[in-house]
Design a protein around this ligand. Structure first.
Ligand code: CMP
Length: 373
């Protein structure tokens, strides 16, 4: 058989990029009909195509934000958008979208205090070092919005990333209302993380206040850590059946919130009777679930990769019902704290409650076995 690579068909970079961007948009939005979505996507792409010969499509970027007179505007530090970054798989390490300038917006003590309060729960910032966090705080600037303002329009290039201090914001995909942010949360990170067009439109319902960060700063400080984290947990989160009920976008938010913890063989992870601080997804290894029985403990089950535990106490608001130990070697877990659990998985509580029935059956079986001993 011939192995002459010169006869292989060359896939042009432009085709790769267009198809990859389309695929990402499709996966993020999960529309009900692929063909309708594709028709709409490519029509919009054609309509928004910059004039031939122009490689600078940054000029009207800020029009997607209906800013107020007198608001601080970010300096024009953006470089050319949407380079051909999508090769076989997007690699942020190789995407050097950096011109060396970091914006600094001076703030009053009062502004800084409000900003710190607003970013307190931003999961994307969790893994930042202190120095990076200070850079983030310096680079953010305030933006007041009025009811009806379009902060982001689907299909635009990404200029800024936003953290909400106040206000209600509605999210639309293909003119369909998808979700609403009420006085908390962040948006606008996707286009900057994946170097793709805006996946959704975000419109203010009320007067509000946003903290914005320009694309350059976002990419310099946050891109690699956020991208890696989402990628790292992607496989795990896709393998947990309960999480199938989440939208792709919600699963990404969940990835931001997870923290990896490792335990050695025999180490206790959860102690029966303790107050609950979060739940765990098993990335690698096996755990043993045990309940107190007279003066000793008895194993009621073993759990492995892709399974989860510690959710019961979060759902029932009761102390831990059992202890959990690492068993058979090192165990790697992804931990989700109570706050993030309530914010992201709160609506899955009904699904989780079904497990309670299963646990009850397990406890009954355990009691039955003991009386037969
Ligand atoms: P970005 O694509 O940069 O701009 C629109 C933003 O809407 C997007 O980033 C997300 O931050 C936010 N958003 C909220 N819900 C969704 C969703 N279901 N799919 C995609 N983006 C969403």
């Amino acid at each position: 058989m011939s192995t002459d690579s010169s006869r292989r068909i060359q896939v042009p970079d432009e085709l790769k990029e267009v198809l990859l961007q389309f695929s990402i948009s499709y996966l993020v939005e999960q529309p009900p009909d692929l063909i309708d979505f594709a028709a709409d996507y490519f029509n919009k792409l054609q309509a928004n195509r910059p004039a031939t010969g122009s490689t600078d499509n940054t000029a009207d970027d800020n029009q997607s934000v209906n800013s107020q007179e007198g608001d601080a505007e970010p300096p024009a530090v953006q470089s050319t958008r949407r380079k051909s970054v999508f090769a076989e798989a997007y690699d942020p390490e190789a995407d050097d979208d950096d011109d060396g300038a970091t914006a600094v917006f001076p703030k009053t003590d009062e502004q800084r205090a409000r900003l710190i309060e607003s970013v307190k729960n931003v999961l994307l910032f969790r893994s930042l070092e202190k120095e990076q966090m200070n850079q983030v705080l310096d680079a953010m600037f305030e933006r007041k919005v009025q009811p009806g303002d379009f902060i982001i329009r689907q299909g635009d290039d990404g200029d800024n990333f936003y953290v909400i201090e106040s206000g209600i914001y509605k999210v639309y995909i293909n003119d369909k209302h998808i979700s609403t942010y009420t006085h908390t949360g962040l948006f606008g990170e996707l286009a900057l993380l994946y170097n793709m067009p805006r996946a959704a439109t975000v419109q203010a319902e009320t007067v509000g206040l946003l903290w914005a960060m320009d694309r350059q700063t976002f990419r310099r400080i946050l891109l690699k850590s956020a991208f890696k984290k989402r990628k790292m947990y992607e496989e795990l989160l896709n393998s947990v059946p309960m999480l199938k009920a989440l939208q792709n976008y919600e699963r990404m938010n969940l990835a931001d919130a997870l923290v990896t913890k490792t335990y050695e063989d025999g180490e206790r992870i959860i102690k029966q009777g303790d107050a609950a601080d979060g739940m765990y997804f098993i990335e690698e290894g096996t755990v043993s679930v045990r309940m107190d029985q007279d003066d000793s403990e008895i194993e009621i089950s073993q759990l492995g990769k892709g399974q989860y535990f510690g959710e019961l106490a979060l759902v029932t608001h009761r102390p831990r019902a059992a202890s959990v130990y690492a068993t058979g070697g090192t165990v790697k877990l992804a931990f989700l704290d109570t706050d993030a659990f309530e914010r992201i998985l709160g609506f899955l509580t009904d699904v989780l409650k079904r497990n309670i029935l299963m646990y009850e059956q397990m406890f009954t079986e355990m009691a039955r076995r003991n009386t037969n001993l």
